[in-house]
Design a protein around this ligand. Sequence first.
Ligand code: 5AD
Ligand code: SF4
Length: 373
Amino acid sequence: MRYQIVTFGCQMNVHESEKIAFILEGKGFLPTENREEADIIVFNTCAIREGAEDRALGNVGALKRLKKLKPHLIIAVCGCATQKESTAIYIKKTFPFVDIVIGTFNLHELGSYIDRAREKRVLELWQEGEIDEEKSYLRSSGENAWVNIMYGCNNFCTYCIVPYVRGREKSRKPKNILEEVRKIVAEGKYKKITLLGQNVNSYGKDLEEKLTFAQLLHKISEIPGDFKIGFMTSHPKDITDELIHEIATNDKVLKELHLPAQSGNDRILKIMNRRYTREKYLEIIEKCKKEVPNISLTSDFIVGFPTETEEEFNDTLSLVKEVGFSGIFAFMYSPREGTVAASMEGQVPEKVKHERVNKLLALQKQIQKEAKK
Ligand code: 5AD
Ligand code: SF4
């Protein structure tokens, strides 16, 4: 009995696939690289942009032939795309050979759904979930171990689907996080711990026992052992002096900060509901550079947000020039059903988005080339 997991999207999904692997191995499946050989295939999907979602669905569609050859094959689809009811129902209707459709909140139940699916197709979405502290993973990211510190997001940036498919912010208890890190370190094979959350800087705000993200970092670093700590993703509005200081002074914390700016223009930032200005963003960057020499700064940008003009896009270019990031991700705005921006007037033509994304990437390439000289 063999399994294959196909993962789309971010590190959160990569990590959750490690949990899926643990569940499947617990049910007696062994991994295979060869899809034809699999007895169960799980697609862990992403919904962040239309392209990511379409790629996942295209992959699922292509399995019709395999299922015909191999009727006992179980096909399961989970993750952010299927957490949206419309997509879950679409999959159920369009792909009758898919056995299990679940979302993000009931992933830990996958084992029981597999048993049920042998009798009847399963479509089950939960609207919310408690944090599953049965933290068991089959870690497969080499020397790096992912550790989830919080789930969900409360920010509602107007372009973003995440709050809808991952729910509200929930922080794990420090005790549970520390215990997990201790265990990882004791295994001796991990050199890096990467803390994960959609917005790690608001860690702890929902806890009874108040603890800031910087304090959590500090506590983790006190665990004896030879390891470094990284984290993602940060929201500029929640970066504190305390955090910058912790990065600067704690030897175990990597001198890296991924700080998505999204745009360099104040009007666009405002209608994205980012709650910071260009000036504020640059102020944070200046502080980081001053306090943490050699810090590696990276960022995400969205081009072609509804109503974005050429001049406003130029502000993004100038911000990228001004900061000199070590690396950036640039995305063409992709309307996500149900978000505020998807129904804004003034959607930007695809052609213009393409031009802008190419321009931005070319600029960054040139900056990186010059930095190497
Ligand atoms: N369209 C394009 N890019 C998006 N991102 C999030 N939502 C969208 C969207 N609707 C980008 C942001 C975020 C990164 C993970 O994905 O830049 O930081
Ligand atoms: Fe990750 Fe967001 Fe994609 Fe979900 S929608 S997989 S949280 S990037």
